[in-house]
Ligand binder design. Structure first.
Ligand SMILES: Cc1ncc(COP(=O)(O)O)c(C=O)c1O
Length: 436
């Protein structure tokens, strides 16, 4: 049964005539019968063009940490833009965002960008400029945005095409990327100290950066095994490789200080986006003074017409002020924990082998196995069709996680206890329907 009601379908068909596949982002294309059109959102809810209401656990792929259309954030943005949105000069709002990001994350210096893609792209340039080396290491299953350099062996790649663990083959994720770029990337399975050490010891002279999402936000939130991040930190420090934490999904979500705070590891550079603006476009690169100062005008390029614009920075100041003054992320974590425990219980009662993954603010579950996967190759052995069948039953019943289990469930502060209770009731029905 199609996910589209009649008005949604008509709008989708209108869109498909003018926009390739009827979408602005390929990630939003679920096929001609299931691509959705939303018209509004408030708090934990989102409504489609047929006015069907969903409890939203995709939250725009993660940014909405406080809740949709948060009145205080909207008020602050509306007020700020009365005075103009862009000046091609600095604004006090930019300074305040950067000061708050530095204070909350413990990083020394900060520059703003608009999107996660820009932040990760610039962080790689910065690492290359700082070290004078050109290659970098990324993990299989990790997505770091749309720039050409990073589109290798993401969660959209086939695990079976990645070669042996000891000698992985970087899988290009898109046509249109020059073949030669593959010479700059080393891909690695997550959570394997021996492979990491072996690769770094063989190649470090050429390696500018290692980029890592400490808990993998594009494969169900799979986390690091004890000691792994410490090993990453030790080896990158020893060999002068810039350690980049991609905190686009984890930043201002897992904790005020992001994954660095949760895991107690200090990166050299970190990239932030999503929750920084609660849905308004704003992003940042933060890091050690010595590396950040490589961004010298005339020497290393960084900039953009819209970086630091008033819309994004007004939102970020308001979001960060709220996170700094109220225990919001602790509450998000507690409610996420409640939802995770409820889902775990329902899957156990339904006799479905599974394991829960990730952290409460951004979690997942993998079906068909009780052994938590350590990397993308192991994740790919899970029962994805059953996951999707349950997710589709949920969506029909008005609860919307992503239908693809690689994308975690995102929690926001507006998911209160009653919303969680309602979600779990629906989850129970959805599991029984999917099992049939
Ligand atoms: C870990 C990670 N890094 C970078 C990005 C790219 O961010 P954006 O979509 O804002 O360009 C994403 C997007 O989902 C992401 O999950």
């Amino acid at each position: 049964m199609s996910l589209q009601g009649s008005k949604t379908k008509a709008l989708y068909q209108q869109a498909a005539k003018i926009m390739p596949y009827g979408v602005s982002s390929n990630f939003r294309y679920w096929g001609p019968d299931d691509t959705m059109v939303m018209t509004r959102a408030q708090g934990p809810y989102m409504w489609d063009a047929d006015d069907k209401r969903y409890i939203d656990y995709r939250l725009g792929f993660g940014p909405v940490i406080l809740g949709h259309a948060h009145p205080e954030i909207n008020r602050r943005v509306a007020e700020a833009i009365q005075g103009g949105t862009i000046f091609a000069w600095m604004t006090p709002l930019e300074i305040e965002v950067c000061e708050r990001v530095a204070r909350m994350t413990g990083m020394e210096m900060v520059r703003l960008t608009n999107t996660g893609t820009e932040a990760t792209m610039h962080s790689l340039r910065l690492a290359r400029a700082h070290t004078g080396r050109e290659k970098f290491i990324k993990y299989e299953g990790a997505y770091h945005g749309m720039s050409d350099y990073y589109l290798y062996s993401t969660a959209s790649s086939r695990a079976t095409a990645m070669g042996s663990r000891r000698n992985p083959i970087p899988q290009q994720n898109s046509s249109g990327i020059p073949k030669g770029l593959s010479q700059y990337v080393y891909t690695l399975p997550f959570n394997d100290e021996e492979l990491l050490e072996d690769l770094i010891e063989r190649t470090w002279q050429d390696v500018a950066a290692l980029i890592i999402e400490p808990t993998m936000g594009n494969i169900a939130g799979i986390g690091p095994v004890p000691g792994y991040l410490e090993k990453v930190r030790e080896l990158t420090a020893k060999y002068g490789i810039v350690l980049i934490f991609d905190e686009v999904k984890t930043g201002f979500r897992l904790a005020n200080g992001g994954a660095q705070e949760v895991f107690g590891i200090r990166a050299d550079l970190a990239t932030y986006a999503k929750s920084l603006g609660n849905g308004f476009p704003v992003a940042a690169i933060a890091g050690k003074r010595e590396i950040m100062m490589t961004m010298e005008p005339g020497a290393v390029s960084h900039g953009g017409t819209y970086v630091g614009n008033v819309v994004g920075t007004a939102a970020a100041v308001a979001v960060l002020e709220m996170l700094e003054t109220k225990p919001i992320l602790e509450e998000v974590k507690a409610r996420g924990q409640q939802l995770m425990e409820g889902i775990d219980e329902i899957l156990t009662e339904a006799d479905i082998p599974h394991c829960m993954t990730g952290l409460p603010a951004m979690f997942g579950y993998i079906l068909g196995t009780e052994v938590p996967p350590r990397d993308f190759r192991e994740y790919a052995k899970g029962n994805a069709p059953l996951y999707e069948a349950i997710a589709v039953e949920l969506i029909h019943r008005g609860v919307m996680p992503d239908a693809d289990g690689r994308e975690p469930w995102f929690m926001c502060h507006a998911h209160d206890e009653s919303i969680i209770g309602e979600t779990l009731d629906v989850f129970k029905d959805a599991v029984h329907a999917a099992k049939k």
